[in-house]
Design a protein around this ligand. Structure first.
Ligand SMILES: *[C@@H]1O[C@H](CO)[C@@H](O)[C@H](O)[C@H]1NC(C)=O
Ligand SMILES: *[C@@H]1O[C@H](CO)[C@@H](O)[C@H](O)[C@H]1NC(C)=O
Ligand SMILES: *[C@@H]1O[C@H](CO)[C@@H](O)[C@H](O)[C@H]1NC(C)=O
Ligand SMILES: *[C@@H]1O[C@H](CO)[C@@H](O)[C@H](O)[C@H]1NC(C)=O
Ligand SMILES: *[C@@H]1O[C@H](CO)[C@@H](O)[C@H](O)[C@H]1NC(C)=O
Ligand SMILES: *[C@@H]1O[C@H](CO)[C@@H](O)[C@H](O)[C@H]1NC(C)=O
Ligand SMILES: *[C@@H]1O[C@H](CO)[C@@H](O)[C@H](O)[C@H]1NC(C)=O
Ligand SMILES: *[C@@H]1O[C@H](CO)[C@@H](O)[C@H](O)[C@H]1NC(C)=O
Ligand SMILES: *[C@@H]1O[C@H](CO)[C@@H](O)[C@H](O)[C@H]1NC(C)=O
Ligand SMILES: *[C@@H]1O[C@H](CO)[C@@H](O)[C@H](O)[C@H]1NC(C)=O
Ligand SMILES: [Cu+2]
Length: 339
Protein backbone atom coordinates (compact mmCIF):
# COMPACT_ATOMS: atom_id res chain seq x y z
CA UNK A 1 0.00 0.00 0.00
CA UNK A 2 2.86 2.40 0.83
CA UNK A 3 4.25 1.88 -2.65
CA UNK A 4 0.98 2.83 -4.28
CA UNK A 5 0.64 6.09 -2.41
CA UNK A 6 4.30 6.90 -3.14
CA UNK A 7 3.61 6.45 -6.84
CA UNK A 8 0.50 8.60 -6.57
CA UNK A 9 2.54 11.39 -5.00
CA UNK A 10 5.24 11.12 -7.67
CA UNK A 11 2.75 11.50 -10.47
CA UNK A 12 1.87 14.92 -9.17
CA UNK A 13 5.51 15.96 -8.83
CA UNK A 14 6.63 17.27 -12.22
CA UNK A 15 10.22 17.64 -11.01
CA UNK A 16 10.53 13.87 -10.45
CA UNK A 17 9.07 12.76 -13.75
CA UNK A 18 10.60 14.45 -16.75
CA UNK A 19 7.57 14.27 -18.99
CA UNK A 20 3.82 13.79 -18.98
CA UNK A 21 2.81 13.42 -15.36
CA UNK A 22 -0.80 12.45 -14.94
CA UNK A 23 -2.89 15.53 -15.45
CA UNK A 24 -6.37 14.56 -16.53
CA UNK A 25 -8.16 11.58 -18.02
CA UNK A 26 -8.05 11.45 -21.78
CA UNK A 27 -10.24 9.11 -23.73
CA UNK A 28 -8.19 7.34 -26.37
CA UNK A 29 -9.46 4.71 -28.74
CA UNK A 30 -7.36 1.55 -28.86
CA UNK A 31 -8.35 -1.63 -30.63
CA UNK A 32 -11.81 -0.16 -31.09
CA UNK A 33 -12.26 0.33 -27.33
CA UNK A 34 -12.38 3.73 -25.67
CA UNK A 35 -9.89 3.70 -22.83
CA UNK A 36 -9.55 6.33 -20.18
CA UNK A 37 -5.79 6.59 -20.46
CA UNK A 38 -4.44 8.75 -17.68
CA UNK A 39 -1.15 9.53 -19.37
CA UNK A 40 0.53 8.04 -22.38
CA UNK A 41 4.09 8.21 -21.08
CA UNK A 42 5.73 7.73 -17.71
CA UNK A 43 9.33 8.78 -18.32
CA UNK A 44 11.52 8.44 -15.27
CA UNK A 45 15.22 8.20 -14.44
CA UNK A 46 17.35 7.66 -17.51
CA UNK A 47 14.36 6.99 -19.77
CA UNK A 48 13.49 10.09 -21.78
CA UNK A 49 11.53 10.88 -24.95
CA UNK A 50 14.92 10.98 -26.71
CA UNK A 51 16.05 7.54 -25.54
CA UNK A 52 12.76 5.62 -25.60
CA UNK A 53 12.57 2.68 -28.05
CA UNK A 54 9.35 2.28 -30.01
CA UNK A 55 7.99 -1.26 -30.37
CA UNK A 56 6.23 -1.67 -33.69
CA UNK A 57 3.56 -3.98 -35.01
CA UNK A 58 5.18 -6.38 -37.51
CA UNK A 59 3.13 -5.05 -40.43
CA UNK A 60 4.54 -1.57 -39.82
CA UNK A 61 8.15 -2.69 -40.26
CA UNK A 62 9.89 -2.18 -43.60
CA UNK A 63 11.16 -5.29 -45.40
CA UNK A 64 14.71 -4.29 -44.41
CA UNK A 65 13.66 -4.08 -40.74
CA UNK A 66 11.85 -7.43 -40.99
CA UNK A 67 14.91 -9.11 -42.45
CA UNK A 68 17.19 -7.66 -39.76
CA UNK A 69 14.96 -9.06 -37.01
CA UNK A 70 14.64 -12.55 -38.55
CA UNK A 71 18.40 -12.58 -39.20
CA UNK A 72 19.05 -11.70 -35.55
CA UNK A 73 16.91 -14.67 -34.41
CA UNK A 74 18.82 -16.92 -36.83
CA UNK A 75 22.05 -15.52 -35.38
CA UNK A 76 20.99 -16.62 -31.86
CA UNK A 77 20.10 -20.05 -33.23
CA UNK A 78 23.55 -20.33 -34.83
CA UNK A 79 25.51 -19.03 -31.82
CA UNK A 80 26.81 -21.53 -29.26
CA UNK A 81 25.07 -21.97 -25.91
CA UNK A 82 26.60 -20.43 -22.80
CA UNK A 83 24.55 -21.79 -19.90
CA UNK A 84 24.82 -25.24 -18.29
CA UNK A 85 21.08 -25.86 -18.68
CA UNK A 86 20.18 -29.39 -19.87
CA UNK A 87 20.04 -29.99 -23.62
CA UNK A 88 21.28 -26.60 -24.81
CA UNK A 89 23.25 -26.34 -28.06
CA UNK A 90 22.59 -22.79 -29.26
CA UNK A 91 22.28 -19.41 -27.58
CA UNK A 92 18.62 -19.46 -28.59
CA UNK A 93 18.31 -22.78 -26.73
CA UNK A 94 19.60 -21.03 -23.60
CA UNK A 95 16.56 -18.73 -23.65
CA UNK A 96 14.17 -21.61 -24.32
CA UNK A 97 15.83 -23.73 -21.63
CA UNK A 98 15.70 -21.06 -18.93
CA UNK A 99 11.96 -20.78 -19.59
CA UNK A 100 11.66 -24.57 -19.37
CA UNK A 101 13.74 -24.55 -16.17
CA UNK A 102 11.45 -22.10 -14.36
CA UNK A 103 8.36 -24.12 -15.28
CA UNK A 104 9.73 -27.03 -13.25
CA UNK A 105 11.59 -25.80 -10.17
CA UNK A 106 11.38 -27.47 -6.77
CA UNK A 107 8.49 -25.07 -6.07
CA UNK A 108 6.74 -26.09 -9.29
CA UNK A 109 6.08 -23.73 -12.21
CA UNK A 110 7.05 -20.28 -10.90
CA UNK A 111 6.46 -18.29 -14.11
CA UNK A 112 2.97 -19.35 -15.23
CA UNK A 113 -0.38 -19.26 -13.50
CA UNK A 114 1.18 -17.19 -10.70
CA UNK A 115 1.18 -13.47 -9.81
CA UNK A 116 4.64 -12.95 -11.33
CA UNK A 117 3.48 -14.36 -14.70
CA UNK A 118 3.24 -10.95 -16.39
CA UNK A 119 6.35 -9.33 -14.85
CA UNK A 120 8.45 -12.42 -15.54
CA UNK A 121 7.46 -12.41 -19.20
CA UNK A 122 8.05 -8.63 -19.49
CA UNK A 123 11.53 -9.28 -18.07
CA UNK A 124 11.98 -12.28 -20.39
CA UNK A 125 11.18 -10.06 -23.41
CA UNK A 126 13.98 -7.81 -22.18
CA UNK A 127 16.36 -10.77 -21.76
CA UNK A 128 15.70 -11.67 -25.41
CA UNK A 129 16.15 -8.05 -26.55
CA UNK A 130 19.39 -7.64 -24.58
CA UNK A 131 20.89 -10.83 -26.01
CA UNK A 132 19.88 -9.86 -29.57
CA UNK A 133 21.62 -6.52 -29.05
CA UNK A 134 24.73 -7.59 -27.23
CA UNK A 135 25.43 -10.87 -29.00
CA UNK A 136 23.94 -10.41 -32.47
CA UNK A 137 24.56 -6.68 -32.83
CA UNK A 138 20.85 -6.09 -33.32
CA UNK A 139 20.03 -2.40 -33.37
CA UNK A 140 16.61 -2.56 -34.96
CA UNK A 141 12.98 -2.35 -33.97
CA UNK A 142 11.40 -4.80 -31.52
CA UNK A 143 8.18 -6.06 -33.11
CA UNK A 144 4.89 -7.40 -31.80
CA UNK A 145 1.83 -9.10 -33.24
CA UNK A 146 -1.47 -7.23 -33.17
CA UNK A 147 -3.63 -10.24 -32.46
CA UNK A 148 -6.74 -8.13 -31.92
CA UNK A 149 -6.49 -6.85 -35.48
CA UNK A 150 -6.44 -10.39 -36.87
CA UNK A 151 -9.16 -11.64 -34.53
CA UNK A 152 -11.39 -8.80 -35.73
CA UNK A 153 -10.79 -9.81 -39.37
CA UNK A 154 -12.12 -13.33 -38.77
CA UNK A 155 -8.83 -14.85 -39.86
CA UNK A 156 -6.23 -15.05 -37.10
CA UNK A 157 -3.57 -15.84 -39.70
CA UNK A 158 -4.03 -13.03 -42.22
CA UNK A 159 -0.85 -11.18 -41.22
CA UNK A 160 2.11 -11.12 -43.58
CA UNK A 161 4.27 -11.99 -40.57
CA UNK A 162 3.51 -15.63 -41.52
CA UNK A 163 5.12 -15.05 -44.92
CA UNK A 164 7.87 -17.48 -45.91
CA UNK A 165 10.07 -14.83 -47.50
CA UNK A 166 9.70 -11.75 -45.27
CA UNK A 167 8.22 -13.30 -42.13
CA UNK A 168 8.34 -16.26 -39.75
CA UNK A 169 6.99 -18.96 -42.09
CA UNK A 170 3.51 -20.39 -41.85
CA UNK A 171 1.50 -23.36 -40.65
CA UNK A 172 2.95 -26.81 -40.09
CA UNK A 173 2.21 -29.47 -42.69
CA UNK A 174 0.53 -32.86 -42.64
CA UNK A 175 1.00 -35.29 -41.02
CA UNK A 176 3.70 -34.40 -38.51
CA UNK A 177 2.86 -30.66 -38.35
CA UNK A 178 6.51 -29.75 -38.96
CA UNK A 179 7.09 -26.26 -40.40
CA UNK A 180 8.68 -26.97 -43.78
CA UNK A 181 9.08 -23.51 -45.29
CA UNK A 182 10.22 -20.04 -44.24
CA UNK A 183 13.37 -19.02 -42.35
CA UNK A 184 12.91 -21.64 -39.61
CA UNK A 185 11.97 -24.51 -41.94
CA UNK A 186 12.96 -28.01 -40.81
CA UNK A 187 14.61 -26.62 -37.67
CA UNK A 188 15.62 -29.24 -35.13
CA UNK A 189 14.64 -28.31 -31.59
CA UNK A 190 16.64 -29.49 -28.58
CA UNK A 191 14.62 -28.22 -25.63
CA UNK A 192 11.34 -30.01 -24.95
CA UNK A 193 8.85 -31.35 -25.55
CA UNK A 194 7.61 -30.39 -22.08
CA UNK A 195 10.39 -31.11 -19.58
CA UNK A 196 12.36 -33.36 -21.93
CA UNK A 197 15.47 -32.50 -23.92
CA UNK A 198 15.31 -34.45 -27.17
CA UNK A 199 15.70 -33.64 -30.86
CA UNK A 200 12.39 -32.98 -32.61
CA UNK A 201 11.03 -30.85 -35.41
CA UNK A 202 9.61 -27.36 -35.10
CA UNK A 203 5.80 -27.54 -35.34
CA UNK A 204 2.77 -25.29 -35.74
CA UNK A 205 -0.91 -26.28 -35.95
CA UNK A 206 -2.93 -23.17 -36.72
CA UNK A 207 -6.36 -23.07 -35.21
CA UNK A 208 -8.88 -20.29 -35.85
CA UNK A 209 -11.15 -21.44 -33.02
CA UNK A 210 -9.34 -19.00 -30.69
CA UNK A 211 -10.73 -15.91 -32.40
CA UNK A 212 -13.21 -15.05 -29.68
CA UNK A 213 -10.65 -15.33 -26.87
CA UNK A 214 -8.31 -13.05 -28.83
CA UNK A 215 -11.01 -10.56 -29.72
CA UNK A 216 -11.80 -7.07 -28.48
CA UNK A 217 -14.54 -8.19 -26.07
CA UNK A 218 -12.19 -10.66 -24.36
CA UNK A 219 -9.50 -8.01 -23.94
CA UNK A 220 -12.00 -5.36 -22.80
CA UNK A 221 -13.26 -7.78 -20.14
CA UNK A 222 -9.72 -7.97 -18.78
CA UNK A 223 -9.28 -4.18 -18.86
CA UNK A 224 -12.38 -3.85 -16.69
CA UNK A 225 -10.69 -5.59 -13.75
CA UNK A 226 -9.52 -2.96 -11.30
CA UNK A 227 -7.15 -5.17 -9.32
CA UNK A 228 -4.05 -6.87 -10.65
CA UNK A 229 -5.15 -10.00 -8.75
CA UNK A 230 -8.15 -10.30 -11.07
CA UNK A 231 -6.49 -8.84 -14.17
CA UNK A 232 -3.67 -11.36 -14.49
CA UNK A 233 -5.82 -14.52 -14.53
CA UNK A 234 -8.03 -12.85 -17.15
CA UNK A 235 -5.03 -11.98 -19.33
CA UNK A 236 -3.60 -15.48 -18.77
CA UNK A 237 -6.74 -17.39 -19.69
CA UNK A 238 -8.00 -15.06 -22.45
CA UNK A 239 -5.67 -13.30 -24.90
CA UNK A 240 -2.57 -15.13 -23.66
CA UNK A 241 -4.09 -18.56 -24.28
CA UNK A 242 -5.40 -17.46 -27.66
CA UNK A 243 -1.99 -16.67 -29.16
CA UNK A 244 -0.51 -19.92 -27.90
CA UNK A 245 -3.49 -22.11 -28.80
CA UNK A 246 -4.06 -20.42 -32.15
CA UNK A 247 -0.48 -20.87 -33.32
CA UNK A 248 -0.35 -24.40 -31.92
CA UNK A 249 2.45 -26.94 -32.06
CA UNK A 250 5.50 -25.79 -30.08
CA UNK A 251 3.53 -22.74 -28.94
CA UNK A 252 1.13 -24.84 -26.84
CA UNK A 253 4.01 -26.44 -24.96
CA UNK A 254 4.01 -24.41 -21.75
CA UNK A 255 7.66 -25.17 -20.95
CA UNK A 256 9.22 -25.13 -24.43
CA UNK A 257 7.01 -22.55 -26.23
CA UNK A 258 9.81 -19.96 -26.69
CA UNK A 259 11.18 -22.42 -29.28
CA UNK A 260 8.86 -20.69 -31.77
CA UNK A 261 10.20 -17.15 -32.39
CA UNK A 262 6.52 -16.18 -32.58
CA UNK A 263 6.56 -16.55 -28.78
CA UNK A 264 8.33 -13.19 -28.45
CA UNK A 265 5.87 -11.52 -30.88
CA UNK A 266 2.95 -12.89 -28.88
CA UNK A 267 4.29 -12.09 -25.43
CA UNK A 268 5.20 -8.57 -26.48
CA UNK A 269 1.55 -8.18 -27.53
CA UNK A 270 0.49 -9.51 -24.13
CA UNK A 271 2.89 -7.07 -22.50
CA UNK A 272 1.16 -4.27 -24.40
CA UNK A 273 -2.20 -5.46 -23.05
CA UNK A 274 -0.81 -5.33 -19.51
CA UNK A 275 0.70 -1.89 -20.16
CA UNK A 276 -2.59 -0.56 -21.48
CA UNK A 277 -4.37 -1.96 -18.45
CA UNK A 278 -1.80 -0.18 -16.25
CA UNK A 279 -2.29 3.08 -18.12
CA UNK A 280 -6.08 3.04 -17.90
CA UNK A 281 -5.87 4.00 -14.25
CA UNK A 282 -2.19 4.42 -13.58
CA UNK A 283 -2.60 5.97 -10.15
CA UNK A 284 -3.87 2.68 -8.82
CA UNK A 285 -2.67 0.21 -11.46
CA UNK A 286 0.88 1.17 -12.50
CA UNK A 287 2.34 -0.51 -9.42
CA UNK A 288 -0.49 -2.95 -8.84
CA UNK A 289 0.83 -6.43 -8.02
CA UNK A 290 -0.57 -9.52 -6.32
CA UNK A 291 -1.48 -13.16 -6.74
CA UNK A 292 0.43 -16.11 -5.31
CA UNK A 293 4.08 -16.93 -6.00
CA UNK A 294 3.32 -20.65 -6.45
CA UNK A 295 0.48 -22.73 -7.86
CA UNK A 296 0.31 -25.11 -4.91
CA UNK A 297 0.54 -24.19 -1.25
CA UNK A 298 4.08 -24.44 0.17
CA UNK A 299 4.50 -26.20 3.54
CA UNK A 300 5.12 -22.77 5.06
CA UNK A 301 1.94 -21.33 3.54
CA UNK A 302 0.97 -19.22 0.53
CA UNK A 303 3.20 -16.26 -0.36
CA UNK A 304 1.77 -13.20 -2.11
CA UNK A 305 3.68 -11.84 -5.12
CA UNK A 306 5.00 -8.40 -4.22
CA UNK A 307 7.09 -5.74 -5.95
CA UNK A 308 10.15 -7.11 -4.11
CA UNK A 309 9.89 -10.51 -5.80
CA UNK A 310 13.13 -11.33 -7.67
CA UNK A 311 13.02 -12.19 -11.37
CA UNK A 312 15.88 -14.29 -12.70
CA UNK A 313 17.09 -15.35 -16.16
CA UNK A 314 19.49 -18.03 -14.92
CA UNK A 315 22.31 -15.48 -15.04
CA UNK A 316 21.87 -14.44 -18.70
CA UNK A 317 21.21 -10.88 -17.56
CA UNK A 318 21.18 -9.62 -13.95
CA UNK A 319 18.25 -10.36 -11.66
CA UNK A 320 15.80 -7.55 -11.07
CA UNK A 321 12.86 -7.05 -8.74
CA UNK A 322 9.33 -6.83 -10.15
CA UNK A 323 9.35 -3.18 -9.04
CA UNK A 324 11.88 -2.39 -11.78
CA UNK A 325 9.74 -3.75 -14.61
CA UNK A 326 6.41 -2.21 -13.61
CA UNK A 327 7.01 1.04 -15.50
CA UNK A 328 8.18 0.32 -19.06
CA UNK A 329 9.62 3.84 -19.08
CA UNK A 330 10.99 3.62 -15.54
CA UNK A 331 14.70 3.62 -16.40
CA UNK A 332 15.53 -0.08 -16.20
CA UNK A 333 13.13 -0.51 -19.13
CA UNK A 334 12.72 2.22 -21.71
CA UNK A 335 10.22 1.53 -24.46
CA UNK A 336 6.78 2.44 -25.68
CA UNK A 337 4.29 1.01 -28.14
CA UNK A 338 3.81 2.65 -31.52
CA UNK A 339 0.06 2.37 -30.98
C1 LIG B 1 -14.26 6.41 -19.59
O1 LIG B 1 -14.81 7.56 -18.96
C2 LIG B 1 -16.11 7.86 -19.42
C3 LIG B 1 -16.52 9.20 -18.79
O2 LIG B 1 -15.93 9.35 -17.54
C4 LIG B 1 -17.05 6.72 -19.04
O3 LIG B 1 -18.35 6.99 -19.51
C5 LIG B 1 -16.53 5.45 -19.69
O4 LIG B 1 -17.30 4.33 -19.27
C6 LIG B 1 -15.09 5.17 -19.30
N1 LIG B 1 -14.57 4.04 -20.06
C7 LIG B 1 -13.93 3.04 -19.48
C8 LIG B 1 -13.45 1.96 -20.42
O5 LIG B 1 -13.71 2.98 -18.29
C1 LIG C 1 0.82 0.98 -38.06
O1 LIG C 1 -0.28 0.12 -38.02
C2 LIG C 1 -1.50 0.73 -37.63
C3 LIG C 1 -2.54 -0.35 -37.55
O2 LIG C 1 -2.57 -1.08 -38.72
C4 LIG C 1 -1.86 1.84 -38.59
O3 LIG C 1 -3.02 2.50 -38.14
C5 LIG C 1 -0.72 2.83 -38.68
O4 LIG C 1 -0.99 3.78 -39.65
C6 LIG C 1 0.57 2.14 -39.02
N1 LIG C 1 1.68 3.10 -38.95
C7 LIG C 1 2.59 3.20 -39.90
C8 LIG C 1 3.66 4.19 -39.65
O5 LIG C 1 2.56 2.52 -40.91
C1 LIG D 1 29.18 -7.83 -33.56
O1 LIG D 1 30.07 -6.73 -33.75
C2 LIG D 1 31.38 -6.99 -33.26
C3 LIG D 1 32.17 -5.71 -33.36
O2 LIG D 1 32.03 -5.14 -34.64
C4 LIG D 1 31.98 -8.13 -34.06
O3 LIG D 1 33.26 -8.42 -33.56
C5 LIG D 1 31.09 -9.36 -33.92
O4 LIG D 1 31.59 -10.41 -34.74
C6 LIG D 1 29.66 -9.06 -34.32
N1 LIG D 1 28.85 -10.22 -33.99
C7 LIG D 1 27.98 -10.76 -34.83
C8 LIG D 1 27.26 -11.97 -34.33
O5 LIG D 1 27.78 -10.34 -35.95
C1 LIG E 1 -2.70 -26.02 -40.17
O1 LIG E 1 -2.12 -27.22 -40.61
C2 LIG E 1 -2.76 -28.39 -40.12
C3 LIG E 1 -1.94 -29.56 -40.63
O2 LIG E 1 -0.67 -29.54 -40.05
C4 LIG E 1 -4.18 -28.43 -40.59
O3 LIG E 1 -4.83 -29.52 -40.04
C5 LIG E 1 -4.89 -27.15 -40.15
O4 LIG E 1 -6.18 -27.11 -40.67
C6 LIG E 1 -4.14 -25.93 -40.63
N1 LIG E 1 -4.78 -24.76 -40.05
C7 LIG E 1 -5.15 -23.70 -40.77
C8 LIG E 1 -5.88 -22.62 -40.04
O5 LIG E 1 -4.89 -23.58 -41.95
C1 LIG F 1 12.28 -29.40 -45.42
O1 LIG F 1 12.18 -30.79 -45.44
C2 LIG F 1 11.32 -31.28 -46.48
C3 LIG F 1 11.14 -32.77 -46.28
O2 LIG F 1 12.37 -33.38 -45.94
C4 LIG F 1 11.94 -30.94 -47.83
O3 LIG F 1 11.08 -31.38 -48.85
C5 LIG F 1 12.07 -29.41 -47.92
O4 LIG F 1 12.73 -29.07 -49.11
C6 LIG F 1 12.83 -28.86 -46.74
N1 LIG F 1 12.74 -27.41 -46.77
C7 LIG F 1 13.76 -26.61 -46.62
C8 LIG F 1 13.51 -25.14 -46.74
O5 LIG F 1 14.87 -27.01 -46.34
C1 LIG G 1 10.15 -31.86 -13.14
O1 LIG G 1 11.46 -32.21 -12.76
C2 LIG G 1 11.52 -33.32 -11.91
C3 LIG G 1 12.96 -33.50 -11.51
O2 LIG G 1 13.45 -32.31 -11.03
C4 LIG G 1 10.97 -34.54 -12.61
O3 LIG G 1 10.98 -35.64 -11.75
C5 LIG G 1 9.54 -34.26 -13.07
O4 LIG G 1 9.07 -35.32 -13.85
C6 LIG G 1 9.51 -33.00 -13.90
N1 LIG G 1 8.13 -32.64 -14.22
C7 LIG G 1 7.63 -32.80 -15.45
C8 LIG G 1 6.22 -32.32 -15.63
O5 LIG G 1 8.25 -33.25 -16.35
C1 LIG H 1 -8.91 4.50 -10.38
O1 LIG H 1 -8.76 3.62 -9.32
C2 LIG H 1 -9.16 4.17 -8.08
C3 LIG H 1 -8.82 3.16 -6.99
O2 LIG H 1 -9.33 1.90 -7.30
C4 LIG H 1 -10.64 4.46 -8.13
O3 LIG H 1 -11.04 5.09 -6.93
C5 LIG H 1 -10.94 5.41 -9.30
O4 LIG H 1 -12.31 5.59 -9.42
C6 LIG H 1 -10.38 4.82 -10.57
N1 LIG H 1 -10.55 5.76 -11.64
C7 LIG H 1 -11.10 5.43 -12.79
C8 LIG H 1 -11.16 6.50 -13.82
O5 LIG H 1 -11.46 4.28 -13.05
C1 LIG I 1 -3.61 -17.93 -3.16
O1 LIG I 1 -3.35 -17.83 -1.79
C2 LIG I 1 -4.48 -17.70 -0.98
C3 LIG I 1 -4.02 -17.50 0.45
O2 LIG I 1 -3.28 -16.31 0.53
C4 LIG I 1 -5.35 -18.94 -1.12
O3 LIG I 1 -6.51 -18.79 -0.34
C5 LIG I 1 -5.74 -19.09 -2.57
O4 LIG I 1 -6.45 -20.32 -2.75
C6 LIG I 1 -4.53 -19.11 -3.49
N1 LIG I 1 -5.02 -19.01 -4.86
C7 LIG I 1 -4.63 -19.86 -5.81
C8 LIG I 1 -5.22 -19.62 -7.17
O5 LIG I 1 -3.83 -20.76 -5.65
C1 LIG J 1 18.94 -14.47 -8.99
O1 LIG J 1 17.70 -14.95 -8.50
C2 LIG J 1 17.66 -16.37 -8.40
C3 LIG J 1 16.23 -16.72 -8.04
O2 LIG J 1 15.82 -16.02 -6.93
C4 LIG J 1 18.67 -16.84 -7.36
O3 LIG J 1 18.64 -18.25 -7.28
C5 LIG J 1 20.05 -16.37 -7.79
O4 LIG J 1 20.99 -16.69 -6.80
C6 LIG J 1 20.05 -14.86 -8.02
N1 LIG J 1 21.33 -14.48 -8.59
C7 LIG J 1 22.05 -13.49 -8.11
C8 LIG J 1 23.33 -13.21 -8.82
O5 LIG J 1 21.70 -12.84 -7.17
C1 LIG K 1 10.98 7.02 -10.64
O1 LIG K 1 12.24 6.62 -10.15
C2 LIG K 1 12.37 6.75 -8.75
C3 LIG K 1 13.82 6.47 -8.39
O2 LIG K 1 14.22 5.23 -8.90
C4 LIG K 1 11.40 5.81 -8.08
O3 LIG K 1 11.47 5.93 -6.70
C5 LIG K 1 10.00 6.13 -8.56
O4 LIG K 1 9.09 5.18 -8.04
C6 LIG K 1 9.91 6.10 -10.05
N1 LIG K 1 8.59 6.51 -10.50
C7 LIG K 1 8.00 5.95 -11.55
C8 LIG K 1 6.66 6.49 -11.90
O5 LIG K 1 8.50 5.06 -12.19
CU1 LIG L 1 6.05 -18.52 -20.48
Amino acid sequence: MGRLSLAAVLFLTTTTISASPITSQQSIKRDGVALNITSETFFNGTCTPESVAVKKEWRNLTDVEKKAYIDAELCLMAAPSVTDLPGVESRYDDLQALHQYFTNTSEGDIIHNVGQFLPFHRYFMNVHAEVLKSECNYTGVLPWWDEGLDAASGNFFQSNMWDDVTGFGGNGTEADHCVRSGPFANRTMHIGPDEETTNYCFTRIWNNAVIEQAGAASVAECYANNDYESFWPCAWGGPHSAGHGGTGGVMIDVAASPGDPMFFMHHTYLDRIWWQWQQINATSRLYGMGGNTTTSEPATGWVTTTLDYVLSSYGIIPNVTIDEVMNIQGGYLCYEYEY
